[in-house]
Design a protein around this ligand. Structure first.
Ligand code: 3PG
Ligand code: MG
Length: 412
């Protein structure tokens, strides 16, 4: 049985759709211009399909969080949306007041509006259960104006927030095309990967990395785990390597007695499947200097994996059939320390594997190297992806699974 509906399951002609998307974008400080509108481009297929099918679409979205400098209105987002859609998406500076209600009622088939930043509502971010969120004013005010709720906000699916989990109790609901694509891509990596399957994990969260490695090696999802970046440094420490004070300081907070113990245990059980760098790169007098792990400690921070490790890892990747990468191998902002990440990504795109990357920094690196188009799948998500790979449920997806409105929908 299908777990949730998709856009194929409903007839949208002349129907009003509340469409939740994640177009939370990096903004330029000061001007608040959108610096990267990839998330907007990625939801265009869903909006276009709904409009082509004759739906009247009210889009719900957020930008930033109250109190943060990038918490901003969505008028610029509407401009970008209109540009990619080739059709005006009007910005409505209201969410559930009279203006918004009138605008939603006044929609005609094939037209869309974008409502005001939903995080203006104080209860949007409150920690509440799905049932409690279903009773909030946003849901009770907007549901009677709509026929369907579509959630395409995969990048926010790890948040149990009102606009993400409250509607499926009230309206026939479906996933949008982006959410569907993201879930399908992740399932092909996590549920039934072609082998050999290699996971490359960087990132700073040592405790989380341990859980992910345990999970993917124990259930056979990955044949190899390659550790890079800060995760590698933490694991090297757990293996007894003295990195040097600056590198150890960067890891502070993550290196607790519990995580160190868990890492040691993991190495004992699965060490033959975990690949760690055996050389690293540091900065000396503004220059990159590669050195063997055996020659550590050093009193400057480690900024990248070494070139020999990068070459060795590339060899491991070449015969792979599935490769997942989350977290860069080094300090990619500095060109000389982007080497490790670049080599790994080059090896990925030249392999025959299904390749999936995710996380803001990783995707940013791929874009900078001009490689983003060459991966099989580039996820729009950061936190939601982390939640997924840890094997935790995504509340927005869970909410769609509880939608008991199919029968109601069939009658429409
Ligand atoms: C994101 O960019 O991480 C999502 O849009 C969710 O936003 P949040 O991290 O502020 O909840
Ligand atoms: Mg976030």
């Amino acid at each position: 049985m299908k777990e949730f509906n998709t856009l194929d399951d409903f007839n949208f002609e002349n129907k009003t759709v509340l469409l939740r998307v994640d177009i939370n974008c990096p903004l330029a400080r000061g001007t608040l211009e959108l610096e990267d509108d990839n998330r907007i481009r990625q939801i265009i297929p869903t909006v276009r399909e709904l409009l082509d099918k004759g739906a009247k679409v009210a889009i719900i979205a957020h930008q930033g969080r109250p109190g943060d400098w990038d918490f901003s209105p969505l008028d610029k987002h509407a401009e970008h949306l209109s540009k990619y859609l080739g059709k005006q998406v009007r910005y409505v500076d209201d969410i559930l007041g009279e203006t918004a209600s009138n605008e939603i009622r006044g929609l005609t088939p094939g037209n869309a509006i974008l409502l005001r930043n939903v995080r203006e509502l104080p209860y949007e971010l409150e920690k509440k259960s799905m049932d409690e969120h279903a009773k909030c004013e946003l849901v009770t005010a907007l549901s009677p104006l709509a026929d369907y709720y579509v959630n395409d906000a995969f990048a926010a699916a790890h948040r149990s927030q009102c606009s993400l989990v409250g509607f499926p109790k009230m309206l026939p609901s479906a996933v949008g095309r982006l959410m569907e694509k993201e879930l399908t891509a992740l399932q092909s990596v996590f549920d039934d990967p072609a082998h050999p399957s290699v996971f490359i994990l960087g990132g700073a969260k040592f405790g989380d990395s341990i859980k992910v490695i345990e999970r993917v090696l124990k259930n056979g999802t990955a044949d190899w785990v390659i550790l890079v970046g800060l995760s590698a440094n933490a694991f090297l420490t757990a293996r007894g390597v003295k990195l040097g004070e600056p590198s150890t300081k960067i890891l502070e907070g993550e290196l607790t007695p519990e995580t160190l113990e868990a890492a040691k245990k993991l190495f004992k059980e699965r060490g033959d499947r975990i690949l760690l760098p055996f050389d690293v790169a540091v900065e000396i007098n503004g220059q990159r200097r590669d050195m063997m792990v055996g020659d550590l400690p050093i009193d400057v921070p480690i900024f990248d994996i070494g070139k020999f490790s990068a070459a060795k890892f590339a060899k491991v990747l070449s015969p792979a059939r599935t490769i997942f990468m989350s977290g860069p191998a080094g300090l990619i902002e500095k060109e000389q320390f982007a080497l490790g990440t670049r080599e790994l990504m080059n090896a990925m795109v030249h392999s025959k594997a299904f390749t999936l990357i995710g996380g803001g920094h990783t995707v940013g690196a791929a874009e900078r190297f001009g490689l983003a188009e060459k991966f099989s799948y580039v996820s729009t998500a950061g936190g939601a992806l982390e939640t997924f790979i840890l094997g935790k449920p995504l509340p927005a997806v869970e909410a769609l699974k509880t939608c008991h409105c199919q029968e109601q929908a069939a009658k429409k």
